[in-house]
Ligand binder design. Structure first.
Ligand code: VGL
Ligand code: ZN
Length: 198
């Protein structure tokens, strides 16, 4: 089985000091760099929103970050402004071995739809192109690491399992946001979808 390591959203805004900081988000960087040596293919994803993105609470007058909103494609968490295209917060953590990446996949650039998953936008149907890329390269096994366990890693792992990949999530190389039990729910959901949690 040809395998790839998918490193999800290890960006400054998801690390301590960032706009949507995940506790310990920076602590996984050395372990992720070490894990890269075990894979012939490394792919990085980068959350990449235009200013005024529809997932930002600031785009919804009177609404606050972490509240829910109803979008045409379903419920959506309203986030603090984060990972704005070209900003310092959108850059990869300075310690991440970006040079190892064969592909850097950006997502969340559609102003009207968020994209947690590296495979589909949050309408669950608009593809990012990653499945085509992996298919053309004959990659069928995916190991996922990064931020955040309960959002982008979770959605990516579920989509990958649904698409037929053998999926493993290295939980020690992930960190979660954990709003209202979302971390435990994500781990249970991934397990029942056939994802291996290591
Ligand atoms: C993420 C919330 C908003 C993530 C991205 O990378 O998990 N979470 N945008
Ligand atoms: Zn985002």
């Amino acid at each position: 089985m040809t395998k790839a390591l998918i490193v999800i959203d290890v960006q400054n805004d998801f690390c301590p000091g960032g706009a949507l900081a995940v506790a310990g988000g920076d602590a996984i960087v050395p372990g992720i760099n070490a894990a890269m040596t075990g894979f012939s293919t490394v792919i990085l994803s980068q959350d990449w929103h235009p200013a005024g993105h529809s997932s930002f609470a600031t785009s919804h007058p009177g609404r606050a970050p972490m509240e829910m909103a109803e979008m045409p494609y379903g419920p959506q968490v309203l986030w603090p402004d984060h990972c704005v295209q070209g900003s310092a917060g959108a850059k990869f953590h300075a310690g991440l071995n970006v040079d190892r990446a064969d592909l850097i996949l950006r997502k969340g650039y559609n102003p009207a739809i968020d994209s947690y998953s590296t495979f589909f936008e949050n309408d669950r149907s608009t593809p990012t192109g990653l499945h085509g890329y992996l298919t053309e390269r004959g990659i069928t096994g995916l190991t996922m690491v990064g931020l955040a366990t309960d959002f982008c890693v979770n959605y990516s792992a579920l989509d990958a399992a649904r698409l037929g990949y053998a999926v493993r999530v290295e939980t020690t190389l992930c960190r979660g946001i954990d709003m209202n039990g979302s971390l435990a729910a994500a781990e249970a959901g991934m397990r029942s979808a056939g994802v291996t949690l290591a």
